[in-house]
Design a protein around this ligand. Structure first.
Ligand code: NAD
Length: 360
């Protein structure tokens, strides 16, 4: 039976990078007889323009029915002035929460060819391979109540709420330990337990889950220290597990260790490994429409999809190898360019990966 993949290119550079990822996916589909059928729809600002909402009900139903979802990125200045509930990012948060995609896997891997593109010294980052496991459907981005208001004295004030239940922490902690088991068996749980009640519960539940994983070496770190350690000595980490907001920030920080956010894929999984796959970066309105965005994060998201949702390790390995070969050839988009390399645009990079994959 064929497998259904819903493709949501989104906004800004989303359609540009997705066009390249789809080329790679279609070649992998043919080459490895994967039996995928692709369908396309809108999310974010593009959905607002077409349907009047950032996530239409029919799109959500198609996403529920699909076996996996491939997403570009959403958002942009065009939609900054619309009411908050209809902003593009609300569509993204809604699809994540409605599909129960609570486990966000964000690898930060430094391709040796890009050691020069990192903002840190090559010896600090050479060989870097971290996996950040971020809780994605709870915490402060979803917590209620949240409010902006004007006090009686005329001063404006606003607040958010950071809730976590035991079961939410337990299930993401298990993802962290499971990932550590298939890697180097080291898990660092990041929290702010010296200040936040939610973090104190987080730490206690992670300790409980650890009892089921005696082989994994567990450590805890406050988020401020983790932010510092990531730039001081990032190779001390194997798997990091953390809440929604801390994971959002730390994974962007980790991305720069690898040279560019344009290199980083991600997977968001539900309890049955159904997933949505997307680059870690946003819609990059500053470079949209210029054909210069790096499509590799989205192409590598295709490889994560093959690995995690479809158990197609050989095809996933081949895509990653094709990316590595293209970097070996010295091809670079602007964000990872360094002297002596050959600058290519979005389509040039996508075509090169397709050629490299074809010749494997
Ligand atoms: P961003 O990730 O879009 O861009 C940050 C910087 O990285 C920019 O200079 C951009 O040009 C560069 N960049 C990003 N992706 C790149 C790529 N593939 N190749 C080359 N350079 C790349 O973050 P931002 O500027 O804070 O946000 C822009 C918009 O994206 C906002 O509307 C924001 O809400 C949205 N956003 C969406 C997502 C998502 O869809 N998952 C994530 C983050 C931000």
């Amino acid at each position: 039976m064929s497998k259904q993949i819903l493709v949501l290119p989104g906004d800004g550079i989303g359609p540009e990078i997705m066009a390249e990822a789809v080329k790679v996916l279609q070649l992998a589909n043919d080459k490895y007889s994967l039996g995928f059928e692709l369908s396309f729809d809108e999310l974010g600002g593009a959905a607002y323009d077409k349907y009047g909402v950032p996530l239409a009900d029919e799109t959500l139903e198609r996403a529920r029915a699909a076996d996996a979802i491939l997403l570009g990125a959403v958002g942009g200045p065009k939609w900054d002035a619309i009411e908050p509930a209809l902003r593009p990012e609300r569509g993204l948060l809604k699809i994540r929460s409605q599909l129960g995609l609570f486990g966000n896997l964000r690898p930060a891997i430094l391709y040796p060819q890009l050691a020069e593109a990192s903002s840190l010294k090559p010896e600090v980052v050479a060989g870097l391979d971290i996996l950040i496991v971020r809780e994605l459907t709870g915490g402060i981005y979803f917590g209620q109540p949240r409010e902006s208001k004007v006090l009686e004295n005329g001063e404006r004030m606003a607040y958010d709420t950071l809730p976590y239940s035991e079961s939410e922490i337990r299930r993401i902690a298990k993802v962290g330990f499971d990932m550590a088991m298939v890697r180097n068996k080291k898990l660092c749980s990041v929290d702010k337990a010296n200040v936040l009640a939610s973090s104190q519960l987080w730490r206690a539940v992670v300790e409980e889950v650890a009892k089921d994983y005696p082989e994994v070496e567990l450590s805890h770190m406050y988020v401020d220290n983790a932010a510092m350690q990531l730039v001081r000595a990032p190779k001390q980490f194997d798997v990091m597990v953390t809440d929604n907001m801390f994971g959002d920030i730390l994974s962007d920080e980790a991305s720069m260790l690898t040279g560019s956010i344009g290199m980083l894929p991600s997977a968001s999984l539900d309890a049955n490994n159904k997933g949505m796959y997307e680059p870690c970066h946003g819609s990059a309105p500053d470079i949209a429409g210029q054909g210069i965005a790096n499509p590799l994060a989205t192409i590598l998201s295709v490889s994560m999809m093959l690995r995690y949702s479809f158990n197609q390790a050989a095809a996933a390995d081949a895509i990653e190898l094709a990316v590595s070969k293209v970097l070996d050839q010295g091809l670079r988009t602007g964000d990872i360019f360094s002297a002596g390399m050959t600058k290519v645009g979005t389509a040039g990079m996508g075509d090169a990966v397709v050629e490299a994959l074809r010749s494997l």
